[in-house]
Ligand binder design. Structure first.
Ligand code: ZN
Ligand code: FE
Ligand code: FE
Ligand code: ZN
Length: 267
């Protein structure tokens, strides 16, 4: 199954291209399934404090949903999914749940981009990695990811080790943290995403690492594949590499979603 469950559009303020451009790119590359997963409005902040360069506004959300549904009807050669990428911010589950319940999403990607208010993947914060304690920030990041999985709000944990984006890795052994994370995500019945965007950044590695992916497999956590495209030409990027990586970790199937229900399909 050649699918991409993670792509953005110009609605989020930091990606280029209309939905139609992503569909054309997917068709050109021979994808069978394309899931839109643009950034959900910044529900945890008052509207006046939301950054239009990070996510669509709440007024735009119904148009996003309606457009994906319309394009799904108009493009029968491709299976188009209505997804969304939602930030996990502790203490705001009610607001998130209320917003998600308004629309017929096929799946919700849950992302930890903020740990204690600090944006882990923002290039403006890259240099701070030089000064912070990497063991502490990794522990805090994975603890946040575990809580996100346990919240029951998400179907798929996106880019599960995003914290490595800029190539900063603690010297200590992460096996215990990884194993604990895999067990908790498995118990929460949530999938994880194999996200190829890590290859585009200093991490130079798919999210998650092969070690972590093997543990997800060991505990029976299903996976989806996503490119995190912010440009139409990034749709399906490095998909073959992701498929090999999944197989190396022992996976033979990936998860597909419709109406937030999971089915498994051969890779
Ligand atoms: Zn984005
Ligand atoms: Fe993300
Ligand atoms: Fe994304
Ligand atoms: Zn993302």
């Amino acid at each position: 199954m050649f699918s991409d469950y993670h792509c953005h559009t110009n609605l989020c303020g930091h990606a280029s291209g209309e939905m139609e451009d992503y569909i054309a790119a997917a068709r050109l590359k021979g994808l069978q399934e394309l899931g839109f997963s643009d950034h959900l409005p910044m529900y945890w902040l008052p509207e006046s404090e939301r950054n239009p360069g990070l996510a669509m506004s709440e007024q735009e959300l119904p148009f996003y949903v309606a457009k994906v549904i319309k394009l799904r009807e108009e493009n029968n050669d491709l299976s188009i999914k209505l997804g969304i990428e939602a930030d996990y911010i502790p203490g705001n589950n009610t607001a998130l749940n209320r917003l998600l319940a308004l629309y017929p999403f096929d799946y919700v990607l849950g992302s930890v981009h903020f740990v204690n208010g600090w944006a882990v993947d923002n290039p403006a914060n890259k240099n701070e990695y030089e000064h912070i304690n990497l063991d502490e920030i990794y522990a805090a990041y994975f603890s946040c990811l575990q809580s996100a999985a346990r919240s029951g709000l998400f179907n798929i944990m996106a880019h599960p080790d995003l914290i490595k984006k800029f190539g900063y890795r603690p010297k200590s052994d992460l096996t215990f943290l990884y194993e604990q994370t895999a067990r908790i995500i498995a118990k929460a019945n949530v999938c994880i995403e194999v996200n190829t965007a890590g290859l585009r950044y200093p991490a130079r590695e798919i999210y998650p690492s092969l070690e972590l992916l093997r543990l997800f497999k060991k505990y029976g956590v299903p996976a989806t594949v996503g490119s995190d495209a912010h440009l139409p030409e990034q749709v399906g990027e490095d998909w073959e590499e992701a498929a090999l990586y999944l197989k190396e970790a022992g996976y033979r199937e990936v998860a597909a979603f419709s109406g937030r229900r999971l089915t498994m399909v051969k890779i």
